[in-house]
Design a protein around this ligand. Structure first.
Ligand code: HEM
Length: 406
């Protein structure tokens, strides 16, 4: 089995223009693809990716020490293991599930209403830039308990943090810029953390400040890292998923009509969007021992990237994987936002996304608000669809025309 296909590179412009065109070749001809420039392995088969994400002894999150910690200003959830991981993950999970989730749906509704209102009357909206991005940032600020008037500043710092985590080859200048963003974000958060320690409210920052681990409150560094962790993890994939959902539905008018007719189908449409075009395309791990996949060895110490988009389109896991089909029987919609999900868009195993239920509620709520208001929705004249990103990937913009709402 060839380990490297000559001339093929996941770092090429050709690949980043449309990775989906290359996934079959990657799975079939180079399931263990080595990228010498960044000294990393890329695994693309569903079975292999699942194994990497769930074998926590052989594949650890050590790599995040260099990939994330410098901009998170401390260790993130995904780096932790054992009792510490269970306890701190539990605090975050409680803020995003159960009654807390019900309360947040109201905030999601109010945020969405406010941001979409001016565009509805115009009959044109860029779903990504006019709506999705500000919406996802505002919702996350609300959950954290940060002032929405700071949204612009926080979004700018957040984009530096995200660039650091998701770039495979950062220049020294960009690296400096990203670290500056992280430092400014940290400086902004510290007085807020101090304040919540003395005057806690119902928000996630207050819960992090008042929670104890082994009888000891978390340090400012721990709380800062978890806040930046949630900020980075929650915003980007949510706005990308919303844009991708509408792109696929407009491309498949029959399925769009069905979802309009029966909004219950939205859950399946969102799950299928996540499978078909996962917004988080790469998940990194470090191999702790030599491991053989498809006849090729990944050596101990190597950085491994799970190629989620390719795994989700593996014919060994899904029938006709390159078709967008909200009725596909092999997806298991009900399981798609749980640990038993068949697609790998939320990861798998110990570090599977803590925000899956929240993301579902968030996207379902806004999509259900948008669909009846976007009558005769279509791409704006002259609009050219483009996606960007290797690590996280989504539409650059999505300019939509529809009947103006009076
Ligand atoms: C459609 C939306 C989302 C997608 C596709 C997504 C995807 C992912 C993936 C792939 C991971 C696993 C990373 C790994 O294994 O290293 C992850 C972890 C995580 N996600 Fe999400 N996410 C989404 C929304 C959210 C939201 C709304 C939150 C808000 C809390 C969130 C918070 C987190 C956190 C804190 C982790 C780390 C969990 C841990 O390591 O224990 N995500 N997410």
């Amino acid at each position: 089995m060839p380990q490297v296909t000559p001339r093929f590179s996941v770092l090429s412009e050709d690949f980043s223009a449309d990775p989906y065109r290359h996934f079959a070749q990657l799975r079939e001809r180079a399931p263990v693809h080595y990228e010498p420039v960044i000294d990393s392995y890329f695994l693309s088969r569903h079975e292999d990716v699942k194994r990497v994400l769930t074998d926590h002894e052989a594949f650890t999150t050590e790599t995040l020490q260099v990939r994330a910690e410098p901009v998170m200003r401390g260790p993130v959830l995904a780096q932790m293991t054992g009792a510490e991981h269970t306890a701190k993950r539990g605090i975050v999970v409680r803020a995003f599930t159960g009654q807390a989730l019900q309360d947040q749906v109201r905030a999601i509704h109010a945020n969405a209403e406010e941001i979409m209102a001016p565009f509805l009357a115009r009959g044109r909206m860029d779903l990504v830039n006019d709506f999705g991005k500000p919406f996802a940032v505002n919702v996350t600020l609300d959950v954290l308990g940060l002032d929405r008037r700071d949204a612009r500043r926080v979004a700018a710092w957040h984009s530096g943090v995200a660039e650091f985590i998701t770039s495979l080859d950062l220049t020294p200048e960009r690296r400096r810029h990203c670290l500056e963003c992280a430092e400014q974000l940290e400086a902004y958060l510290l007085p807020v953390i101090e304040d919540r320690r003395h005057h806690p409210g119902e928000d996630l920052i207050s819960k992090l400040c008042t929670a104890e681990f082994d009888g000891i409150a978390m340090s400012n560094r721990d709380v800062t890292a978890l806040i930046i962790n949630v900020l980075a993890a929650a915003t980007e994939p949510a706005d990308k998923t919303l844009g991708l959902l509408f792109k696929h539905l407009i491309d498949h008018p029959g399925q769009l009509a069905e979802v309009r007719e029966d909004p219950e189908l939205l859950t399946a449409a969102i799950a299928e969007t996540l499978r078909y075009t996962p917004p988080v395309q790469l998940i990194p791990r470090q191999a702790e021992e030599d491991t053989v996949f498809a006849g090729a060895t990944v050596p101990a110490g190597a950085t491994v990237f799970c190629v989620i988009g390719a795994a989700n389109r593996d014919p060994a896991a899904f029938h006709a994987p390159d078709a967008f089909d909200i009725h596909r029987p092999d997806l298991g919609t009900a399981r798609s936002f749980t640990a038993a999900a068949q697609h790998l868009s939320f990861g798998s195993g110990l570090h599977q996304c803590v925000g899956a239920a929240f993301a579902r509620a968030e996207i379902e709520t806004v999509a259900a608000m948008l669909l009846p208001r976007l009558d005769r929705v279509r791409f704006s004249p002259g609009f050219r669809y483009r996606e960007a990103g290797l690590y996280t990937r989504g539409p650059v913009s999505l300019s939509l025309d529809f009947t103006p709402v009076r």
